[in-house]
Design a protein around this ligand. Structure first.
Ligand code: ADQ
Length: 484
């Protein structure tokens, strides 16, 4: 019986090596792991990825233990050394592809050594996949760290059906053409039979690069490539709607004694400030998320509309991320400084305009924040999708609350009922914040209902299911396009 092999940079497991050398393994609860659950569970399906531990951290005994433990979870670990992680992950993936694909040309490094490491590590992933593959299997590869993998598999196993999904934006041709190894990267991706993107725009950008760089024959969303047809399509990723909605329901009916410390502080705040509005932002601390812009826009808002001083508070949760990459360190410094400046400038004895948390929080606290906030202010300068916007909507069990969302997030394409803003236009953000604060509850509810209905229908499970259906459809040979 054929199976599906899922491949991503990291396995859907948190693996920790304790001081006494014992292993602590917990399944990841993130969106991707949830969406792929049924695909992974089916038949002999396996998941291939890096465990998070380098070869230097694991002696042969520990490595064997890791392999046995992940096998129980139907996973196979790819072994990476420190140098790989440095050059392939922190290097090429996060200093070249990530900034380039998010339109941050000024942050993009083109280092040949790192490109070589990227190729070598993609080959390491391919070797592990090839060890486990049988004729007729499906392979579903995820994200920008593994763009060369589809071809490496297809060349060796042409009878495998390969899907690839990109979780970040695909940039316009004018950006992509600057990439020194552009042909190889595109050819790597075209090893897949189905290429999926979050939005139609990313799909179009990809097709445009293929046409102009490789001069291939493209008809609608199909590419004639050697003797094969590659299908390109958009699959906007959803969330586990019920998980967020149900957690919010349980939270609302919570016994006061069971409330978290954070929730108690939030409640105190609401009481002591006679229902001042709470504005929430949650993101990884990443320069694509538009955090400084958001802070400056909030400062601009307080200056332009002083009547809201002491009547509104921004709660900003920034989750530490890639903190050994210089641009992320600078962003951290800039963010600390901006928060300090704004709080220093506007704070009163009884009011601090920004509550800033720089840490990761457990799921229950995320729910505390989502359910206590009147407005979500999500302003990325580029974002493949943005699941936080969707999670906020799912937790609004009373159908109230307002979502302010950047038009640069993939999610904005499906969330027209949100208040959409250009993240570089501070005046527009300030005016929209005022509009959100003053929005009548009937209008909030009208917008929220439509958003919730849509998110409930197109969940992350449905996303995975639709992708797999389209992947299986590529096996039917009569989809071959007619050449002119
Ligand atoms: P990310 O850039 O990580 O993902 P996002 O889509 O917003 O961004 O997902 C973040 C996830 O982390 C959310 O599910 C959120 O609940 C969770 N999270 C946030 N703060 C947390 C905290 N403090 N503790 C624990 N969990 C927290 C990339 C792309 C996005 C794309 C996704 C999925 O950059 O554009 O939407 O992949 O394809």
């Amino acid at each position: 019986m054929s199976k599906t092999i899922i491949v991503s940079n990291r396995l859907p497991l948190q693996i920790k090596l304790e001081n006494d050398n014992s292993l602590k393994i917990t399944p990841s609860v993130g969106g991707l792991a949830t969406g792929m659950k049924s695909v992974h569970a089916e038949g002999n399906g396996i998941w291939v990825g890096w465990s998070g531990l380098t070869e230097e951290e694991t002696d042969s005994f520990t490595k064997k233990k890791v392999n046995e433990a992940v096998k129980k979870e139907k996973c196979v670990a790819v072994s990476l050394n420190e140098q790989d992680v440095e050059n392939f992950y922190f290097g090429f993936s996060n200093k070249t592809l990530w900034p380039l694909f998010h339109y941050f040309m000024e942050y993009t490094e083109f280092e040949k050594d790192q490109w070589e490491s990227y190729q070598e590590v993609n080959q390491k992933f391919a070797d592990v996949v090839l060890e486990h593959i049988e004729d007729g299997d499906n392979v579903w590869v995820h994200d920008y760290q593994l763009l060369l993998l589809p071809k490496l598999i297809k060349d060796k196993k042409p009878n495998t059906t390969i899907g690839f999904f990109l979780h970040i934006p695909y940039p316009s041709y004018e950006i992509f053409r600057t990439f020194p190894w552009r042909e190889q990267l595109l050819e790597g991706m075209l090893g897949a039979d189905l290429l999926g993107f979050h939005t139609y725009d990313y799909e179009r950008h990809f097709l445009s690069s293929v046409k102009r760089i490789l001069r291939l024959d493209v008809k609608f969303n199909k590419i004639n490539y050697h003797d094969r047809v590659v299908t390109v399509d958009s699959f906007p990723m959803g969330i586990d709607y019920n998980k967020f909605h149900d957690a919010a329901l349980t939270h609302t009916n919570q016994n006061p004694k069971e409330k978290s410390e954070l929730q108690r502080r939030l409640d105190n705040h609401i009481q002591s400030t006679s229902n001042a509005k709470m504005v929430l932002s949650i993101d990884r601390l990443d320069y694509t998320k538009g955090i400084p812009n958001r802070l400056r826009a909030f400062e601009y808002f307080l200056n332009k509309y002083p009547q809201f001083k002491e009547k509104v508070r921004l709660i900003m949760l920034a989750v530490p991320s890639r903190s050994n990459v210089p641009q992320y360190q600078k962003l951290k410094r800039d963010t600390d400084e901006l928060v300090g400046r704004i709080n220093g400038e506007f704070a009163t004895v009884s009011w601090t305009p920004i509550w800033y948390f720089y840490r990761s929080m457990p799921f229950e606290n995320l729910i505390d924040l989502y359910t206590s906030s009147d407005i979500a202010l999500i302003t990325p300068v580029r974002d493949g999708m943005n699941l936080v916007a969707k999670e906020y909507v799912a937790t609004r069990t009373n159908e109230d609350g307002v979502l302010i969302l950047s038009e640069m997030a993939g999610a904005s394409k499906e969330m027209n009922e949100a208040l959409l803003i250009n993240p570089n236009n501070f005046e527009e953000i300030a005016d929209t914040l005022k509009q959100a604060i003053e929005m009548p509850t009937e209008e909030q509810s009208k917008r929220m209902k439509i958003l919730q209905k849509r998110l409930k229908r197109y969940t992350v499970e449905k996303w995975a299911d639709e992708f797999m259906k389209s992947l299986n459809a590529t096996k039917i040979k009569d989809t071959v396009m007619v050449s002119t």
